[in-house]
Design a protein. Structure first.
Length: 290
């Protein structure tokens, strides 16, 4: 990897020990690696996820729906340990053949409906409950555009910048500079969009805000890759104002706790089966005190 004169071979072959934080689970083939039955709770929505940005999008949406009075959005959320390869279990792959979190089963339909990809889940829930998605045909395309902007842009932030800045086994200036430049351009896109708008699409809080906040809000709030200073995030004042506003929402505070297994114990709710779990089952309440 340190060879600056590397010439790609005519046919690439996989070297399993390539290094990096995710080297033990990354592979160039799809499908299940083992049989594993997923748990099933009592609620209509069954979520299998982890509190990464893509997972947080969905738990925030579910908590927002419940806060808005949509009882049909009650859900069970089970953690998927991606570092242990649980996303390659047979039941999980049956929901998401791409083996990525989050994955949702809606058991209120007959037959049950599977939904994978975080943006698709947000859109599915928004349409199912007619919430957080503009009904005005003049405004809906704007929301959809920003939702899909996030889905297309975040890989540059996560898989690009985040990988080479935080996770790669060695640091190289070229990829870090390349992705830092693009991430800062994206932050500027959002900062300009929010210059005269309360929310991403105007005066209405939507799934576009939830999707973008989980990645770019977390970035400017200093929650991703320990890169806030490096990217000078405080210079994006409109974006920072918006990020703090979203972060202050009670449903967002709850949503970002679900399926979280790191950080302060009081911020971890590894499994969510009932609204009361936030008061009774965060890690600081279920682990014996030392």
């Amino acid at each position: 990897m340190t060879d600056a004169t590397y010439v790609p071979p005519k046919v690439w072959t996989w070297e399993a020990g390539s290094g990096g934080k995710f080297a033990n689970i990354n592979r160039p083939v799809a499908g299940a690696t083992h049989d594993k039955t997923l748990p099933v709770g009592k609620h209509p929505m069954q979520l299998h996820s982890l509190a990464t940005p893509n997972g947080v999008k969905v738990t925030v949406m579910l908590e927002e729906l419940l806060a808005a009075g949509f009882t049909g959005a009650e859900y069970d959320a089970y953690i998927v340990n991606i570092m242990e390869g649980e996303q390659f279990g047979s039941d999980f792959v049956a929901i998401n053949p791409n083996s990525k979190i989050p994955a949702l089963m809606d058991n209120s339909t007959n037959p049950p409906t599977r939904v994978f990809e975080s943006g698709a889940i947000l859109l599915y829930l928004a349409e199912k409950f007619n919430a957080f998605l503009p009904s005005d045909p003049a405004k809906k395309p704007e929301c959809m555009s920003w939702l899909f902007w996030q889905m297309g842009s975040a890989p540059m932030l996560g898989g690009g910048f985040g990988h080479f800045y935080a996770y790669a086994p060695e640091k190289y200036q070229y990829p870090i500079d390349r992705y830092a430049m693009e991430v800062k351009r994206q932050l500027d896109v959002l900062n300009l969009q929010l210059a005269d708008k309360e929310y991403i699409c105007g005066d209405e809080y939507t799934i576009a805000d939830m999707a973008i906040w989980a990645w770019y809000g977390a970035m400017v709030l200093g929650k991703l890759y320990e890169a806030a200073e490096f990217l000078d995030v405080t210079s994006y004042t409109n974006l920072l104002r918006w990020a703090k506003q979203i972060d202050a929402r009670e449903a967002v505070q709850r949503g970002k706790m679900v399926n979280r297994s790191w950080g302060a114990p009081e911020g971890q709710l590894r499994q969510r089966n009932d609204a009361s779990d936030f008061q009774n089952k965060t890690q600081d309440k279920i682990e014996p005190s030392e």
